[in-house]
Design a protein. Structure first.
Length: 622
């Protein structure tokens, strides 16, 4: 009896210590059992690890909808005075963006739960039992990977952060209030940690799901973290933008992980046999139709229809009871649309010339306002079944999965690492690049648009610059480009280039935009409920005879970006949208994004600072 009394006292003391520690270390326990007993069986251990998937990647909806954007091709149209507007425009302060506290606390809660699993599983009966050890190791590998993802997001959001590898009630030093650890040390630990568990988890096709950590996910996340380490980041305290201390080594590590995926034969790009729908469009139609493709989608964040989801996707009116409501985020620019090759099948998937912000329910409408140009890979019109009728006010809760790792991203990263470590493109690098472009173009254009295009990129710099462009065309709106631009040290450069390109487009003085039409002719096809466009890339004769002929054929004329009369209006309208990429705003005293300072990091919020008992500060803010 005394033994049990002593045990109870110890538990109470530990619980007291645990409850008194900083909020970002406290994790809601999904069980009333002790940590030791919670891993005593496969069922109990599985439930504990499954808790990691609740909100581990994006613990605040605002982060998924805004915090991962703010690039040359992605931003949101929320006012900068709102939390979401501040997130995307780099105008968050330590007091005006409470969602940053939610993100900080959420990621540390995930880390605490993961640490509990990582600590207790090797001590558990299921680890020592030959019939259950494989399952125990799979759960262990999942916890290690989710912990790595949480630290990755903390570092890319806040810079150097406190680093905990033990659950708070198992730490020997009981130091709950830790200062920041240099991110290089954290990244080095995580990359090695992930190496150890690569073989603990099976490939997603063997698992039968891709919303749980698989071997491909471990390898892909390891590569992504290694590349973030190898690339540039804004250093705390010094405010210098520098690469990780062993940059070259980590390019090699990333390359090895990516090569394992590419050479495994376990993943491939989605293709289409329908001549009207390319493989890229099929991928996103299937996703919006709740069809789970495990060839290309290596790892996804799952949501529940009518329960959870995002407001990302094509803009639609809040009174559209046929397709439902969507805010249209993220938005992009006309220059992004015209950066695509005119026959690239990804363009009309990524940023079509229409949306549903019209007074006619369920009918597409062409727009001519620059800041309505949106990334539209997620569309209410592709939901099967639709979320109209009684559900139309709940359409932010679509339940459509959000991609964390796609095979095309793996191919582009692999092409990059091969180019980097070999000081120029290898045949493997070229083939990986070509695979992505083959899907993007009709087979009749593969010779010039794929083979010749890639083979002529003879130098390391030319190949890399082409990959930066391909990244934009392939991955827009998926929360990847911001962090790639940061590690390439190109965030400020590309934001400014976007603004310059749009100025040139609206001014009509650059030969690059000489064929942008002043009017676009379009018509609505009632059978397909789709807008048809005649001349998105060339100018038509404005003679009366030609206009009368087109009108007789049912075409409607819409003034477009090349129209000289609209140039001033377009430029002014887009300048307003452009401020959401972080143009400094002296009137409000908010800095916005400053390319000379590279101030992409977010401030730790005051409540977190106050709860840290003086060990944390905002030394990451230049």
């Amino acid at each position: 009896m005394k033994k049990y009394i002593k045990f109870s006292v110890v538990v109470l003391v530990l619980l007291s210590l645990f409850s008194s520690c900083d909020d970002f270390l406290v994790a809601d326990s999904p069980s009333v059992f002790t940590d030791k007993s919670a891993y005593a069986s496969v069922d109990l251990a599985t439930m504990r690890v499954q808790a990691l998937y609740a909100k581990e990647f994006y613990p605040a909806d605002a982060f998924l909808e805004c915090g991962i954007f703010g690039t040359d091709i992605e931003w949101v149209n929320f006012n900068v005075s709102t939390i979401k507007g501040a997130l995307t425009s780099y105008q968050a302060t330590s007091s005006n963006c409470s969602v940053l506290s939610t993100m900080w606390t959420g990621w540390y809660k995930s880390i605490q739960i993961a640490n509990q699993a990582i600590y207790n599983l090797p001590l558990s009966p299921i680890w020592k039992d030959s019939s259950t050890v494989a399952t125990a190791k799979k759960l262990y590998g999942e916890a290690v990977t989710i912990r790595a993802i949480s630290y990755y997001h903390l570092i890319t959001t806040f810079g150097d952060v406190p680093f905990y590898t033990l659950p708070s009630d198992a730490s020997n030093d009981k130091t709950f209030y830790k200062g920041k650890t240099n991110r290089d040390s954290i990244y080095e630990f995580l990359v090695e940690d992930l190496r150890k568990v690569v073989d603990y988890v099976p490939w997603s096709k063997d698992l039968g799901v891709n919303n749980r950590v698989s071997k491909g996910a471990v390898l892909g996340i390891r590569a992504r973290i290694a590349l973030q380490y190898a690339g540039f980041s804004l250093r705390n305290g010094t405010h210098l933008t520098q690469k990780g201390r062993y940059s070259a080594k980590y390019y090699q590590i990333a390359d090895s992980a990516l090569a394992t995926i590419v050479n495994s034969g376990k993943h491939a790009l989605v293709q289409s046999v329908d001549p009207k729908i390319g493989g890229f469009e099929k991928l996103f139609r299937d996703m919006n139709g709740y069809k789970n493709n495990m060839d290309e989608l290596i790892f996804v964040k799952s949501f529940g229809r009518g329960v959870s989801g995002t407001s990302l996707g094509m803009l639609s009116n809040n009174k559209d009871s046929y397709y439902g409501w969507c805010t249209g985020n993220p938005f992009t620019s006309p220059a992004y649309y015209y950066s695509f090759d005119s026959i690239d099948t990804r363009r009309n998937v990524a940023c079509p010339l229409y949306n549903y912000r019209t007074s006619v329910v369920g009918v597409q409408g062409m727009f001519n306002v620059p800041n309505w140009f949106g990334i539209a890979k997620f569309r209410r019109e592709w939901l099967t079944p639709t979320m109209g009728g009684d559900l139309y006010l709940l359409t932010s809760q679509t339940g459509v999965d959000f991609p964390i790792l796609r095979y095309s991203d793996i191919l582009l990263m692999y092409a990059e690492t091969q180019n980097e470590i070999n000081n120029g493109p290898t045949e493997a690098a070229k083939e990986a690049f070509k695979q992505v472009r083959r899907r993007a173009f009709p087979i009749t254009n593969w010779t010039d648009r794929v083979e010749d295009y890639v083979d002529l990129l003879g130098s390391k710099d030319a190949f890399f610059n082409a990959l930066v462009d391909e990244n934009a065309w392939e991955l827009a709106g998926e929360g990847i480009r911001k962090y790639d631009l940061i590690r390439w040290n190109l965030l400020g450069t590309k934001i400014q280039q976007m603004k310059d390109d749009n100025d040139k487009l609206f001014s009509g003085v650059d030969p690059k935009y000489i064929n942008v039409p002043d009017y676009i002719w379009y018509k609505y096809d009632t059978d397909s409920k789709t807008l048809l466009f005649l001349n998105t890339n060339y100018r038509t004769s404005q003679s009366k005879a030609n206009q009368d002929l087109l009108k007789a054929q049912g075409w409607i004329s819409q003034a477009w970006w090349g129209n000289a009369a609209k140039a001033v209006q377009n430029k002014a309208a887009f300048a307003s949208a452009g401020s959401l990429q972080g143009t400094p705003n002296p009137a409000t005293g908010l800095a916005g994004f400053d390319a000379t300072k590279n101030n992409y990091l977010y401030p730790i919020q005051n409540d977190v600072l106050d709860n840290s008992r003086g060990v944390l500060n905002n030394d990451q803010m230049p």
